[in-house]
Design a protein around this ligand. Structure first.
Ligand SMILES: Cc1cc2nc3c(=O)[nH]c(=O)nc-3n(C[C@H](O)[C@H](O)[C@H](O)COP(=O)(O)O)c2cc1C
Length: 413
């Protein structure tokens, strides 16, 4: 008799020799109306979801959805349909969601976020970690909000990928500006924009500070990226002509200021793992292997994480002469706008990763108030620019460290 299952049932895989349970997980997706395999299974040991074609060593433990079990009833295809969403999330899944969120980019890899999960309410709080600010380069906390917004986007993508239908409220407590977002996992509605498809990019995206080729990003891909930002209410525009030249000039000016500015240098030294004397653990900051080569030629404006100091083994290289820079902007310039821009930034980066693009950031000019305003594109709109992304075809960047999940996640009843 063919195997049949409903969403919410358990898949149990036993050892063929001892009969002991080797692995088990919750079925969160059924691909055929009659309940036959394959299934999307969320494994209890890792919290990850994978597509499974059960072998002879697997069997189903029916957890009982009487209405759904009626003979001839179509098997529900989603966790929501099966009412499985009413069940508590295993801690392993909550931990996996926080780990996915923390794969987000953050300025100088400061990782200025914390997560609290309320089991009973099935609710995540994303909060700002004010012990991880950059006092000189980010005194108004815009970059902190951008990084936390990116982590929030990853959380939404990962939750949607697990069939959890997240609903997000930004800055839900007017008395607590460090509570950046509340993400409820109980909504019966699916996310119409379908960010779950971006999940494979979460751990594949890395900042690449290598030269890119001169190959132009096709218009169809640019449109897809604009739509990704637009889905978060943020505009993305590619700089061209004299505007591109202005953005490049402003980045160069800012980089020159940074190299001689005591405060910027302090932030950089604090967060770069340049030497054995730098008291940084291996779980945060930008390690030298991620600095990329020193720029010998080309126009791509690269931040020099070495601050002009020699790094053993670091090479020089020519960068692209026509960098492809995209600007993210919103009409407003408040913390909510920064959180929206952060989510849009990550949505664009994940989409770009799936499109085979590499990416890095050009934010030097955003750190100087007098250089930030002239960055805007007067043709596409007079919005406030929050991020400049460098996109193109080139080597992917290396994976950089992240703090252990137990340091960033609290699970409370
Ligand atoms: C708001 C913000 C500003 C950033 N500014 C720069 C920058 O100017 N230059 C750069 O090379 N990387 C920049 N980054 C990238 C971070 O250094 C990077 O995300 C971090 O080191 C983690 O590495 P990953 O992106 O590979 O995960 C920025 C990231 C964020 C979120």
């Amino acid at each position: 008799m063919p195997m049949r299952a409903h969403v919410g049932d358990q898949l149990i895989v036993e050892s063929p020799t001892t009969g002991a349970t080797r692995r088990d997980g919750e079925i969160v997706g059924v691909h055929h109306n009659d309940g036959t395999p394959p299934y999307d299974v969320r494994w209890s040991d890792s919290g990850r979801v994978s597509l499974v074609f059960p072998g002879p060593d697997a069997h189903i433990h029916h957890t009982g959805h009487p209405a759904d079990m009626a003979p001839g009833a179509p098997a529900p295809r989603t966790a929501t349909e099966a009412r499985a969403s009413a069940r508590p999330l295993p801690d392993a899944e909550v931990t996996a969601l926080a780990r996915d969120a923390a794969a987000a980019p953050s300025m100088h890899n400061a990782q200025p976020w914390r997560f609290r999960y309320f089991r009973g309410k099935r609710l995540f709080h994303v909060t700002a970690d004010l012990a991880r600010t950059l006092p000189h380069s980010d005194s108004d906390l815009r970059a902190l909000h951008l990084g936390c917004g990116a982590a929030l986007m990853n959380l939404r993508v990962a939750a949607a990928h697990s069939g959890r239908h997240p609903t997000t409220e930004l800055l839900p407590d007017p008395d607590d500006p460090t509570l950046l977002a509340a993400v409820s996992l109980t909504s019966p509605l699916s996310d119409e924009d379908g960010p779950s498809g971006l999940y494979p990019a979460i751990h594949a995206r890395h900042t690449s500070r290598s030269p890119f080729t001169e190959t132009e990003i096709p218009e169809s891909v640019r449109t897809t990226l604009r739509e990704a930002a637009g889905a978060e209410g943020v505009s993305l525009s590619f700089a061209s002509g004299w505007h591109l030249q202005t953005v490049l000039d402003l980045a160069l000016e800012a980089e020159a200021r940074n190299l001689t500015d005591h405060g910027s240098a302090e932030d950089l030294t604090h967060w770069t793992q340049l030497s054995a004397q730098t008291p940084r653990s291996a779980t945060e900051g930008v390690p030298p292997y991620a600095f990329g080569p020193r720029r010998r030629g080309g126009k791509a404006p690269m931040r020099d994480f070495a601050g002009g100091q020699p790094v053993p083994g670091r090479e020089s290289a020519d960068f692209e002469s026509s960098p492809q820079l995209a600007l993210l902007a919103t009409p407003g310039d408040r913390p909510k706008d920064w959180l929206r821009a952060g989510q849009a930034m990550e949505r664009v980066l994940l989409t770009a990763t799936l499109e085979g693009l590499s990416s890095s950031f050009v934010t030097q000019a955003l750190e100087w108030p007098d250089l930030r305003w002239p960055l805007r594109d007067p043709v596409a709109g007079a919005g406030h620019v929050h991020m400049v992304l460098r996109l193109g075809y080139g080597p992917p960047g290396p994976r950089t460290p992240r703090r252990p999940t137990r340091h960033i996640l609290d699970i409370v009843p």
